[in-house]
Design a protein around this ligand. Structure first.
Ligand code: KG4
Ligand code: ZN
Length: 341
């Protein structure tokens, strides 16, 4: 079975074709970073219009790359949520229309399930059960994954998502958009131990997160330095490093707790912040200590992409999932509502 996947939930247009026998056949991505950079963040209406511009040309390109015609596709999978409503509608209506024209099924895919199962696109895929740390621009959650569609939320962010905290802190430090990777790069120049930031919510039991305080902590640290006449790049880098270390350490502490509570040794990192190298290193050390194994997708499949959507669509299609002729989109969609396979 060959499934065309469409991702358009935010600022990336992603297209891919996943084959149940051969795996990923082709994938293409158009990033809207340049479009939104001048506004310092994603402008939803511009995002929707750009998806309209790129969806069909990219569809042709992935088909070409895979050496296929539209008629060779067995189903279309599109991101139905969570995400920006207008952006989702572009992918959903295009995907559904394409499926109707070709007389094949269309499947509404949950964006976070796409992220969660993205490590399975790699050569050494994780086996169930595993603990998943899903850290993106919109979500931070720790889940116990028993199987496809069997997700138990162990903890989540009570305020800003980890990626959002990176982006907002970067903005306050006057770094560009998208803030996460830029801040991470600057942090590499930071001196160890120049500042120590708190590890929020680690001094009490539980697996929830809170990152908005760290953002404020960064701001007041930066303001104090400036007031003392120090607005050097080095100080900025030191703050970036202290912030990154605090986020990474907090995530690691909660992952350790989740692994110990559940006695599950396999850990998966997914979502855009999963591209963060300090986080990967810290979690690698953790699993080595705990006697487990760490799994993550290649960097380009950590952030939004079409491959993860085609992949989940294919798994669900193979398991017999079929849907009514609806164009489904949901700005909010708890992952625990998904049906188990
Ligand atoms: O998963 P994703 O592409 O989109 C959402 O579904 O939200 O995640 C994007 C988020 C952004 O907040 C971005 O700043 C963050 O991932 N991010 C990073 C890094 N690369 C991307 N954060 C920290 N370090 C990175 N290297
Ligand atoms: Zn995402």
């Amino acid at each position: 079975m060959k499934v065309l996947g469409i991702e358009s939930s935010c600022d990336e247009t992603g297209l891919a074709i996943y084959d149940s026998e051969k795996g990923l056949l082709a994938h293409r991505l158009h990033s809207q970073i340049e479009l939104h950079a001048q506004y310092g963040g994603v402008v939803p209406e511009l995002a929707s219009r750009d998806h309209v511009r790129y969806l069909l040309p990219l569809t042709d390109k992935v088909l070409q790359q895979a050496g296929l015609n539209k008629q060779d596709i067995d189903a279309v999978a599109y991101t139905a949520g969570p995400g920006l409503m207008g952006a989702l509608m572009v992918g959903a209506s295009t995907g559904r229309a394409l499926a109707m024209a070709l007389n094949i099924p269309a499947l509404a895919v949950h964006h976070m399930e796409g992220h969660l199962l993205a490590p399975m696109l790699e050569d050494n895929p994780p086996s169930f059960p595993f603990i998943a740390l899903l850290v993106s621009g919109g979500h931070t959650l720790l889940a116990q994954v028993q199987g496809i569609g069997r997700y138990k939320i162990l903890g989540e962010s009570l305020d800003d998502a980890a990626g959002e905290a990176f982006d907002k802190t970067a903005k306050m430090l006057g770094l560009g958009y998208p803030g996460g990777p830029i801040l991470a790069k600057l942090a590499q120049q930071g001196e160890a131990g120049a500042y120590h930031f708190p590890r929020p919510m680690t001094d009490r039991p539980g697996l929830d997160f809170s990152f908005s305080g760290l953002k404020t902590f960064s701001l007041t640290t930066w303001q104090k330095a400036q007031a003392a006449g120090d607005d050097s790049e080095q100080t900025k880098a030191n703050i970036a490093r202290a912030f990154e270390e605090a986020v990474v350490d907090t995530l690691m502490i909660k992952c350790r707790r989740a692994m110990q509570q559940t006695a599950i040794k396999n850990l998966v990192i997914a979502g855009g912040v999963g591209a963060n190298l300090r986080l990967r290193e810290s979690l690698q050390q953790l699993v080595e200590k705990e006697g487990g194994e760490l799994f993550y997708p290649r960097v380009e499949f950590c952030t939004d992409n079409g491959a993860m959507i085609a992949h989940v669509g294919c798994l669900r299609l193979m398991a017999g999932q079929r849907e009514a002729l609806l164009i489904q989109t949901r700005a909010r969609w708890p992952i625990e509502e998904l049906s188990a396979l």
